[in-house]
Design a binder for this molecule. Structure first.
Ligand SMILES: [Zn+2]
Length: 281
């Protein structure tokens, strides 16, 4: 696992000021300690189902519980043929559905809400646990339709979907703005570029703070051996874009200016300019 994540987990497990909870407890039920730093860990399993059990075991061994959201029919893995969701649930983690159901409706002509309800129930049976919640999956495949998977259910009461929560719990009411005090995410590259970041964020957090960690298993490992990813034969499905060094550096600067400070930001900007000048992408 990348050093940044090992650092993060060690800190979360050891720091007596920190309490880690899965999404259902932290956001749906608002179980927080006013005197502690409250951290919630969410994993979106876009690819690399094989790594999920490994990470979940590592967390469980550290005494941490988190939330795991699995894709269903559009996944580049076969979740219904895998024991991993059940194993992860048995470790005490939360298991939910990573919803790609508006995509199914737009690209495949299915009834998205009916399919979502079906998958929630099927996941509960498959993982032998209660599925409390879902969160939406993004990507080029749905963007190709000018849509967003959250649009399918954002105005629907989770209870009508047989759930305790959906993404609305993460956001300020009626928006898609995160309601946590801080977010630590691999998606915007900040975590994998700045190994000390989680520790710093925890140091800066006041008692009662709400920190959300969002990760994807494939981002948590060095990409020395890129996985071969096979999607079902549906339109626009493809692995996440291969990132280039310059793209990564730009993204790192954009999301970490505050953390890097002026000097290091300026140095990185000069480096990017130099790399572009010599024709690097
Ligand atoms: Zn996703």
């Amino acid at each position: 696992m990348r050093r940044a994540f090992v650092n993060m987990y060690e800190r979360l497990a050891r720091d007596a000021r920190v309490r880690v909870r899965p999404v259902v407890e932290h956001y749906a039920r608002n179980e927080r300690d006013a005197g502690l730093v409250n951290v919630c860990i969410r994993h979106d399993v876009d690819i690399r189902l094989d790594r999920a059990a490994e990470i979940a075991r590592y967390e469980a061994d550290l005494g941490l519980r988190s939330s795991w959201y699995f894709l269903t029919d559009t996944a580049p893995y076969r979740v219904w043929e895998s024991d991993i969701p059940r194993e992860i649930a048995a470790m005490g983690h939360e298991v939910g559905v990573h919803s790609d159901h508006l995509y199914e409706q737009l690209a495949l002509g299915r009834d998205g809400l009916a399919r979502l309800r079906e998958d929630v129930q099927r996941m509960a049976e498959h993982a032998r646990c209660t599925v409390h919640g879902i969160c939406w999956h993004g990507g080029k495949h749905i963007a190709a339709f000018g849509a967003n998977n959250y649009d399918l259910y954002k105005d629907i009461d989770p209870a009508q979907l047989g759930l305790e929560y959906h993404d609305a719990v993460f956001y300020h009411e009626g928006t898609r703005k995160w309601r946590c005090d801080r977010i630590i995410s691999d998606g915007e590259n900040n975590l994998r570029f700045v190994p000390g970041k989680p520790g710093r964020e925890i140091d800066r957090a006041e008692s009662g703070a709400d920190i959300l960690v969002v990760t994807h298993p494939f981002m948590m490992y060095p990409l020395r051996f890129p996985p071969s990813v096979r999607y079902p034969d549906y339109p626009h499905l493809s692995p996440p874009r291969r990132r280039t060094l310059v793209m990564d550096l730009k993204s790192c600067i954009a999301y970490n200016k505050q953390y890097l400070g002026e000097k290091r930001t300026a140095r990185l900007r000069r480096l990017v300019a130099l790399l572009e000048r010599i024709g690097m992408k």
